[in-house]
Design a protein around this ligand. Structure first.
Ligand code: NAD
Length: 469
């Protein structure tokens, strides 16, 4: 069994708090033992990042850009190994894990190419006013288990591109891809620039209130985000919180189910539905409701559910037992309340947390499956007859990450999409993220954005130089 270590100040070290098991969700077998960091090791990781910041904050634009491209080169060289680690501990099919590694490389290169130019507000005979963007110091990154490698890259790359240093804490359910990522970064980066510590909530909350960490970038659930915000209050840490969502999609009456069913299915069930900005509640106009349900069931029937390492598998297990139980419970609750299960609807017998793609009809707002984030392979399909009412129901959620409107009438769909209360609204699509477009949520989905220029600025503080000539 492979041995993994923490990475502190460029050194691989064992966890002082012992080890814990990481399971393969397709087999429930142990992938490897993960080292568990002590709080003293968290302090050491922060101290090493602080020491590195003393010099890295003055690194040149070219040096930072070059480093990110070197990291991208190293990720490409190790792509096969990284994808296999993701499949083993996360469960997604190999082709999707390869896409995740490809995305990590693409995002690293896109971030390398971003710039933080000095802005000149005034330049006269007697006065010049410049706006500079300065790095913050040590950034703490806390990541979830669904797209573990990609999200770690989303946090780490803009942090170091803008002159910060990093302590990364992956989810204890999927730690190994991030440990390997940080090892790979350390092949080309100065010691202490990026460190990795592992553990669960103890290390996470230790980071939230750590006086040496200047910012936390967090992707995960809303309750954990709230806890981090409380911890961060003591020393007024900057925060970027990418939290849960319950994205609504609205299908207008003029949409053709046979044209859109594949895209609706793919964006709802991406990564077995374990995607923050997946389509999670589908509102379908009464006139095409039955046909839409039928076409979605046809898409579900095309899936080959199994171990992501096996050839031809398109649909893996749920990542962990807790989520598996949650998904099962939501479907059972819907069934008990009169829902019609169009396809799927029960766990698959045997080892592994396998649950088939499940379409649930005749549910409506007020049912747990509609009101709560399922974060798994089940889609509730809700009937509506009045578009304004559908928009109102979509906006009734306390979260607001993404949303979508589906129709061949682009102008009408765009007008309706603009009324959705969410960070990104798609027309005839969903869940597509772009390295140049700011991504984030509103309401209880958090605040701050990632990606592009606006995302990069979140890792900086503003300094005005007011020069009297
Ligand atoms: P989670 O909140 O349980 O865990 C996320 C991370 O926080 C893990 O590393 C965990 O160890 C750590 N953590 C747990 N308790 C902590 C504490 N008290 N203080 C600090 N850190 C702590 O979330 P999860 O179950 O891993 O992920 C699923 C959730 O993440 C879903 O709600 C999903 O919508 C959300 N998510 C959001 C986005 C986004 O971009 N908005 C992306 C992916 C996932």
């Amino acid at each position: 069994m492979k041995q993994y270590s923490l990475m502190i100040n460029g050194q691989q070290v064992a966890g002082e708090a012992g080890t814990f098991k990481v399971l393969n969700p397709a087999t429930e077998e142990v992938v490897a033992l993960c080292p568990e960091a002590s709080l003293a090791q968290l302090d050491a990781a922060v101290a090493s990042a602080q020491a590195c910041f003393e010099t890295w904050q003055y690194s040149s634009n070219d040096e930072r850009k070059q480093l990110l491209h070197s990291i991208a080169d190293r990720l490409e060289a190790n792509a096969d190994e990284l994808a296999r680690i993701v499949v083993e501990e996360q469960g997604k099919p190999l082709f999707l894990a390869q896409m995740e590694v490809g995305g990590a490389v693409a995002w690293t290169r896109a971030t390398a190419e971003l710039e933080l130019p000095v802005e000149i507000l005034e330049d006269g005979d007697t006065k010049r006013v410049e706006v500079h963007r300065k790095p913050l110091g040590v950034v703490g990154s806390i990541t979830p288990w669904n797209w573990p490698l990609m999200i770690a890259v989303w946090h780490i790359m803009p942090a170091i591109r803008s002159g910060n240093t990093v302590v990364s804490k992956p989810s204890g359910l999927t730690p190994f891809n991030t440990i390997r990522l940080v090892e790979i970064i350390n092949e080309v980066a100065p010691a202490g620039l990026v460190n990795v510590v592992t553990g669960e909530s103890g290390i996470g909350s230790g980071m939230s209130n750590h006086p040496g960490i200047r910012k936390i970038v967090f992707t995960g659930s809303t309750p954990t985000g709230q806890s981090i915000m409380r911890g961060a209050a003591d020393n007024l840490k900057r925060l970027t919180l990418e939290l849960g969502g319950n994205d609504a999609g609205i299908i207008l009456p003029d949409a053709d189910p046979s044209v859109i069913a594949e895209a609706v299915f793919q964006t709802s069930f991406l990564n077995m539905g374990q995607t923050c900005a997946a389509l999670k509640r589908l509102y379908v106009h009464d006139s095409i409701y039955e046909e839409m349900c039928e076409k979605l069931a046809d898409e579900a029937a095309k899936q080959n559910v199994g171990n992501g390492m096996n050839e031809g598998v398109t649909f893996g297990p749920i990542q962990n037992h807790k989520q598996f139980e949650l998904v099962n419970g939501l479907v059972e609750d819907a069934r008990a309340n009169g829902a019609r299960i169009i396809c799927g609807g029960a766990p698959i017998e045997g080892a592994g947390y396998f649950y088939p793609p499940t379409i649930v009809a005749d549910v409506t707002d007020g049912c747990r499956l509609v009101d709560e984030e399922q974060f798994g392979p089940v889609l509730p399909v809700i009937r509506y007859s009045d578009v304004d009412d559908a928009v109102k129901r979509a906006n009734a959620a306390d979260v607001g990450l993404g949303g979508s409107v589906w129709s061949p009438d682009i102008a009408k769909a765009t007008e309706i999409a603009a009324r959705l209360e969410c960070g990104t609204a798609w027309i005839n699509g969903h869940s597509e993220l772009l390295p140049y477009a700011p991504f984030g949520g509103c309401k209880m989905s958090g605040f701050g954005v990632e990606f592009g220029q606006e995302g990069l600025l979140e890792y900086t503080s503003t300094q005005v130089l007011n020069i009297n000539k």
